[in-house]
Design a protein around this ligand. Sequence first.
Ligand SMILES: CC(C)(COP(=O)(O)OP(=O)(O)OC[C@H]1O[C@@H](n2cnc3c(N)ncnc32)[C@H](O)[C@@H]1OP(=O)(O)O)[C@@H](O)C(=O)NCCC(=O)NCCS
Length: 342
Amino acid sequence: MSARIASISGAEHTAMLGLGVYRPERIVTNDEVAGPIDSSDEWIRTRSGIRTRRFASDAETIISMSAAAARDAIEAADIDPSRIDCVLVATSTWLLLTPAAAPQIATELGLNNVAAFDISAGCAGFCHAVAMGSDLVKAGTARNVLVIGVEKLTDTFNPRDRGTAFLFADGAGAVVIGPSEEAGIGPTVWGSDGTQHRAIRQDKDWMEFFREIDEKGLDAVRPYLAMEGTAVFRWAAHSLEKVCREAIDRAGLTPADLDAMVPHQANGRIIEIMARVLKLPEDCALANDIEETGNTSAASVPLAMEAMMRKGDAKPGGTALLIAFGAGLSYAAQVVHLPNWK
Ligand SMILES: CC(C)(COP(=O)(O)OP(=O)(O)OC[C@H]1O[C@@H](n2cnc3c(N)ncnc32)[C@H](O)[C@@H]1OP(=O)(O)O)[C@@H](O)C(=O)NCCC(=O)NCCS
C-alpha cells in the first residue's frame, strides 16, 4: 500500500487586506498621441472615454512600478511582510520569456525564498491572480499572497497604429490577500475562448521576427501588439453580462447588493454598456478611471479600485463586482469587499 500523504487546508475565508498602486509621473494628452495616428482629442474621447493617460519613463520599469505599488499594498494591509509567502504577477508586457518578473520583484521587496511567478491572461490577469491567491490561502499552500497587476504597454504597442496607440497606457496595482473572519472574496467565474486568439495578440512570434531579420536585415519590423477592435468590442459588450450575473449569483447576492462595480477599464463605451445591461442600482458606484489612466490591461482593475476610493465614490469594506477581460480571449469576475488602500 502507498504511504499516506498528509493533507493540509488553510483559511475558511479570504479577503483583500490592502491595496496600493503606482501611476507613472508623465501625463499624456490625447493631442500628443493623436499626431502620429491622424486622430483627434474629440475622436479619442468619444470612442474610448480617455482624456489623459500615463506613460512610464525608462526609469519606471515593470519591477520598479510593481515594487512601489506592492509596498503601499503591504502598508495598507498592515501585515508583517515576512507573512507573505507567494507573489503572483499578472502582466503581458514583461519582455523576457524567461525568467518571470515575479522573483525579481519579490527580491526587490525583501521577500526572500517565497514562491513567485507570472500569470499571462492579458487584461483579465489581475482577476485570475486574485482567484488563485485566494485559493492558495484557502488551500493552505500560502499564508498571505501578494497579487500584482502591472503593465508597460508603451513598450509593446506601435505609436503609429491607429487601432491601439490612443488606448493603452502604463501603471501597476497590488493587493495583499490573506485570511479573513468572513468571506471578502467570492467565487470566481472565469473562462476563455481560444477561437478568438487573434483578436488581441502580439502580431508575430519571436521566430518569425528572427527569420525576418535573416531575410531583411535592418528592414525587419519588430513585433507589436495588434487588436481587432470591433470584434473585441462586440464580444465584451454582449458576452460578459452573463459572466457578471453568474459572479453576483455565486456570491449569493443580487445586483442591488452591490456598492460598486469595477470593470476592466477597456473602453468607456464598453463600461457604460455593461453597467446598463446589468441594471445596477442608482447608488452603485461605477469605476471610470479610463478617463485619466487609459487602458492599462492587467493593472486596470486595482488602479480603478484605488481611484474610486480616493475620489470617495466607494469605501473599504464596500461590496464590489470586479470583472476583467481581454487577450486569449479570456475573462474572470468575482465579488469582493473593497480593501484598505494607501
Ligand atoms: C478601437 C475602437 C475604439 C475603434 O472604434 P470603431 O468604432 O470600432 O472604429 P472602426 O475601426 O470601425 O472605425 C470607424 C472610423 O473611425 C476611423 N478611425 C479608426 N481609428 C481611428 C483613430 N485612432 N482616430 C481617428 N479615426 C479612427 C476609421 O477610419 C473609420 O472611419 P470611416 O468611418 O470614415 O471609415 C473600438 O473598436 C473599441 O473600443 N474596441 C474595443 C477595444 C477594447 O476595448 N480593447 C481592449 C480590450 S482589453
